[in-house]
Ligand binder design. Structure first.
Ligand code: GLP
Length: 258
């Protein structure tokens, strides 16, 4: 079996480097990312966590749940902010990000319900919902932000073309994202919501530390463009080249184009 390797990779812009961890498989990727999470919540009991949905962080969340049950690591004073939510799905919809977070993580740890924040996808006034979420975020500084990456280079739901100074906003999902996410909706693209509410790229760049998890060959090009491409809105994740403390956790397949 191949070994874990670490690299500090210089980006297209020589002023910046990115820290990369490549693990042999999905489980080792999750374990490596979990170490950062455990350090964060052990060192700071009232840590503010930024959380992501999608398959990429599932292994990390499973390890957080296991560690809480076996070692009692506490999340009682932790506060969480999720990145995004589909517009039009009620909270209790099986594919809402609210449901995802409760099913994959929150039901297993002792985080207080009142400390959980997820954008509202069913607000009557969607612009106000964006504004309200931004106002909440503006009052805190996220200690550790978990990210995945879309195959088109999106982070949260910041699709290609999103300005780097974007705050919480409504977004029309790109066809590629609808196609990718159809696997959660019976592989039926017509069932995937076409809009979402998402935290912006400027919100993400304000976080103290970021861990980005990507696995599988279908992420290899986006990972390449994020790390080695020019910093450009055509790959929203490329802005992370300018973040002072981002660590990217990859399996061999996702790292194959670096
Ligand atoms: C979704 C989410 C992102 C996530 C991305 C990748 O569109 N909004 O936060 O990072 O897709 O998802 P996955 O990890 O399932 O590949």
């Amino acid at each position: 079996m191949s070994r874990m390797w670490y690299a500090v990779v210089s980006t297209a812009d020589w002023r910046y480097v990115m820290k990369i961890v490549v693990a042999p498989d999905v489980q080792h990727v999750a374990e490596a990312a979990f170490k950062v999470m455990k350090n964060t919540v052990s060192e700071k009991k009232d840590a503010v966590l930024g959380l992501a949905t999608g398959s990429s962080p599932e292994g990390l969340y499973a390890l957080m749940a296991k560690d809480h049950s076996e070692n009692g690591t506490s999340y009682q004073d932790v506060v969480t902010y999720n990145l995004d939510e589909y517009v039009g799905l009620p909270q209790n919809h099986p594919q809402s990000y609210y449901t995802f977070m409760h099913e994959k993580l929150f039901q297993y740890i002792d985080v207080k319900e009142e400390n959980i924040h997820i954008p509202c996808g069913c607000a009557q006034d969607e612009e106000k919902a964006c504004h309200d979420y931004e106002n909440m975020l503006a009052k805190v500084r996220i200690d550790l932000q978990v990210l995945g990456i879309g195959s088109d280079g999106h982070i949260a739901f910041n699709e290609p073309g999103t300005p780097f100074d974007s705050l919480v906003h409504l977004v029309h999902l790109k066809q590629q994202t609808i196609h990718d996410n159809a696997r959660f909706f019976d592989h039926d693209e017509s069932k995937v919501p076409t809009m979402a509410i998402t935290t912006g790229l400027a919100d993400i760049m304000r976080c103290r530390k970021i861990i980005l998890i990507a696995t599988g060959a279908n992420k290899a090009q986006a990972v390449h463009d994020m790390v080695k491409g020019l910093v450009s809105t055509s790959c929203p994740a490329s802005i992370l080249q300018r973040h002072p403390d981002t660590v990217v956790f990859l399996d061999e397949a996702a790292a194959s184009k670096l």
